[in-house]
Design a protein around this ligand. Structure first.
Ligand SMILES: Nc1ncnc2c1ncn2[C@@H]1O[C@H](COP(=O)(O)OP(=O)(O)OP(=O)(O)O)[C@@H](O)[C@H]1O
Ligand SMILES: [Mg+2]
Length: 331
């Protein structure tokens, strides 16, 4: 048995360095577990420690189409062995399903975008007619298993949608489920992402969605064209040269903000310890919650000015769980 530590389960090594630095700064022992391959002995006890899964819904876009399944297997094994898991099985199921996110948010009484889930490609065109009532009203598509704006596109007419579905450009969702969603018009061109760690609000990030500022993510690790402005790139902080800063701290959204308080309660009720929740304030006065990210990344520009650091908060939170379980003094 090795010394107890915090194990970080993920599949993209590029995301680890800022986390490793934060754990080092907090004096919490950490080790990454890259679940792109591997092995577990089902008759053995998992190593002592705290396990944090930040498996990404977009893992398949990095050639790791089975990492989600590996994580399902590992999390079940850890949970059955009684290990403390942050971002456990129920959180993974939420991360990989916008249908599930929508359902939980709706049941909790949040204003959510009107959405239809379409199974398979064949029914899409007919489903769009049902969804829009046969009218040419704007709507968007997105993939159920999303992340980094996968499959997020706006359509203004049924003819435009039909042409897309029939074209080679059509992006099939990895799980076969496409969402049709009402198009929301932001009152001002930004969305907000509220970050929570260990049940506490960390800060809110304002993400600029003005046209063109984020049409193509320039990060090497993120090669999916951002066909709708405002998709929060998987590698935040990498912005087009000369582009206005897409990410900034939204200071007026504090822990006292009514929506933040409701989200805090919601996350506690659902046992979600680490998440970035996105919402949009619309022209018709709605505040619509549409995305729960449980493998959140933190933007360096925001981190530089924020009163609290996201990764440092995670290191402290998981470090405290480690001490609780193993009475390990911070090294
Ligand atoms: N219903 C909507 N109407 C208008 N714009 C939307 C709508 N839903 C999403 N968007 C825009 O598209 C972006 C990406 O959508 P969403 O967050 O649902 O996808 P995602 O795949 O989870 O992306 P990410 O990983 O970047 O958060 C949003 O941040 C927002 O700017
Ligand atoms: Mg999002």
């Amino acid at each position: 048995m090795s010394t107890p530590r915090v194990y970080v389960i993920h599949e993209n090594p590029e995301w680890f360095p800022p986390l490793a630095a934060a754990f080092a700064a907090e004096g919490v022992p950490v080790q990454e577990v890259l679940l792109t391959e591997g092995q577990i002995d089902l008759g053995a006890e998992p190593e002592p420690g705290v396990y944090w899964s930040r498996m990404s819904a977009s893992s398949h876009t990095r050639g790791h189409e089975h990492s989600k399944e590996y994580t399902r297997a590992v999390l079940g094994w850890l949970e059955r062995a009684g290990r403390t898991v942050v971002g456990g099985s129920h959180v993974l199921e939420l991360e990989v399903s916008k249908v599930a996110q929508h359902g939980l948010l709706q049941a909790a009484g949040f204003d959510v975008p009107r959405t239809s889930a379409v199974f398979g490609t064949a029914p899409l065109k007919e489903a769009a007619r049902t969804f829009t009532g046969g009218q040419d009203v704007p709507f968007i598509t997105k993939h159920n298993q999303g992340g980094k704006g996968l499959g997020v596109r706006r359509f203004d007419s049924l003819a435009e949608f039909d042409a897309y579905v029939d074209s080679p450009e059509f992006e099939a969702p990895v799980d076969g489920i496409t969402l049709l969603q009402e198009y929301l018009t932001a009152r001002e061109p930004f969305i907000t992402r509220a970050e929570f760690v260990g049940g506490e609000f960390v800060y809110a990030v304002r993400v600029d969605t003005s046209a063109g500022s984020f049409e193509l993510c320039p990060a090497d690790a993120c090669e999916v064209p951002q066909v709708i402005a405002g998709a929060v790139c998987d590698v935040p902080g990498v912005e087009a040269p000369g582009a206005p800063a897409a990410f900034s701290l939204r200071e007026e959204v504090t822990s006292e903000h009514p929506l933040v308080q409701r989200l805090r309660t919601f996350l506690a009720d659902q046992g979600i310890q680490i998440a970035g929740v996105e919402f949009m304030e619309t022209t018709d006065g709605r505040t619509v919650v549409y995305d729960i990210n449980t493998n959140t990344n933190y933007n360096p520009a925001v981190e530089a000015v924020a009163p609290v650091s996201g990764p440092r908060a995670i290191a402290r939170f998981t470090g405290a769980l480690l001490e609780r379980d193993h009475a390990v003094a911070a090294v």
